[in-house]
Design a protein around this ligand. Structure first.
Ligand code: PAF
Length: 303
C-alpha cells in the first residue's frame, strides 16, 4: 500500500504587512517579539530561539523594518542590506511563526509628527555620535510594541545602549512587556556579528576583530585590579593603535547610566563600549568590565 506523502511543514514564517492582519493572527496567543531591521544572521537566530523558548506554544514574531527615522542624513539607509527571502529562511529555521514587514507609509503615514525621546541614557556615546538616532529607535520600538503587543521582547546586547534606552522607555511609560537582553554572538575571531559585517570582505572582518581584542584588554586590566576609568580606557586604546584603517568614534568605560566615571566600582553592569569606522563601515561592540559576568546578566536592568 502506498501511503500519502507527509504534509510538508514550511520552515518559512508567514509574512504579514498589515497591522490589522497581525492583530488577528496573534489574538489569544502568548507572544514573544524580536524587532530587527532584517539581514538576519546567527545573532538574530539566537534571539529568535530565545523568543521561541520564552513562549512555548505561543507565537514568535520577528519584525523586519529598516527604520528611516534612526538613520542620520549621511548614514547608510539606502544601502542597508535587505534580503527578505533570506530573512524568512533564517527566522523560520530559528522558530519564528510570523514575520511582520510593514512598509514606510504604514509606519510613518503622511503628517506623522510624534516622537519619543529618552533623556539621560541616550545622550552620550552613540547618542552624541549619531544625533537623533535613539529618538528614532525609541519611537519605532514603541510603535512596534503597540502593534505586536508582545508579552516578551528580546534585544541583542550588542546594542547595549539601545537596550538601556528601550528598558528606560518601557519602565518610564509603564509598557506591559518583559524586555530581555540576549548575549552577543561572535565569529571565532571575536568579531561581533552584525548586519553591517556584510559590507566587509573576509580579510576586513578578520582585521575588525581588533575591536573585540581592545575590549578584552580593558577586561584584563580590570581583572588585574585597575579601577581608574582613564587607565582602563587606555588599555583598550593601546590595542586600537595597532589597527590599520580605523577611525574611532569612542571607546568608553561606563556605568549602568552609560556615563563615564573616574573610578569604576564592582557593579556587574559596568561596561566598556567601542564604536569605530573601519574600511568605511561603522562598527560597534561592548563587553562587561568583569569578564566573568554571566551571559544574559543584562536582564538586570541597565540604566
Ligand atoms: O537593533 C535594531 O535592529 C533596530 O535598532 C531596532 C531595534 C529593530 C529598531 O529599528
Amino acid at each position: 500500500m502506498t501511503l500519502p506523502p507527509e504534509p510538508q511543514v514550511s520552515p518559512h514564517p508567514t509574512v504579514i504587512t498589515d497591522p490589522a492582519d497581525l492583530r488577528a493572527a496573534l489574538r489569544g496567543h502568548a507572544v514573544a517579539f524580536v524587532p530587527t531591521m532584517g539581514a538576519l544572521h546567527e545573532g538574530h537566530a539566537t534571539l529568535i530561539r530565545a523568543a521561541r523558548a520564552a513562549v512555548p506554544g505561543g507565537r514568535v514574531v520577528v519584525s523586519v523594518f529598516v527604520n528611516p527615522m534612526q538613520f542620520g542624513p549621511n548614514e547608510d539607509l539606502s544601502r542597508y542590506p535587505r534580503d527578505l527571502d533570506g530573512d524568512r529562511r533564517v527566522a523560520g529555521e530559528a522558530g519564528a511563526d510570523l514575520l511582520f514587514h510593514p512598509d514606510v507609509p504604514t509606519m510613518y503615514p503622511d503628517g506623522f509628527s510624534t516622537s519619543v525621546s529618552v533623556s539621560g541614557v541616550s545622550e552620550p556615546l552613540d547618542g552624541a555620535a549619531r544625533p537623533g538616532h535613539f529618538t528614532g529607535v525609541a519611537t519605532v520600538v514603541l510603535k512596534l510594541l503597540n502593534l505586536v503587543r508582545p508579552d516578551v521582547a528580546l534585544f541583542g546586547e550588542k546594542d547595549w545602549q539601545q537596550l538601556a534606552v528601550v528598558r528606560r522607555m518601557v519602565r518610564d511609560l509603564n509598557l506591559p512587556v518583559d524586555v530581555r537582553g540576549v548575549p552577543t554572538v561572535r565569529e571565532d575571531s571575536g568579531l561581533a556579528l552584525s548586519s553591517r559585517n556584510a559590507y566587509l570582505s573576509a580579510d576586513q572582518r578578520a582585521q575588525a576583530a581588533v575591536l573585540s581584542r581592545a575590549l578584552r584588554a580593558v577586561q584584563a586590566a580590570y581583572a588585574d585590579g585597575e579601577r581608574r576609568g582613564a587607565a582602563l580606557r587606555q588599555a583598550g586604546l593601546d590595542v586600537l593603535t595597532t589597527a590599520a584603517d580605523l577611525s574611532l568614534d569612542y571607546l568608553s568605560v561606563v556605568g549602568s547610566d552609560m556615563h563615564e566615571r573616574e573610578i569604576m566600582d564592582n557593579d556587574p553592569m559596568n561596561r566598556v563600549l567601542v564604536a569605530a569606522r573601519m574600511f568605511g563601515v561603522r562598527l560597534i561592540d561592548n563587553m562587561p568590565l568583569a569578564a566573568h559576568v554571566a551571559a544574559g546578566q543584562s536582564t538586570v536592568s541597565p540604566a
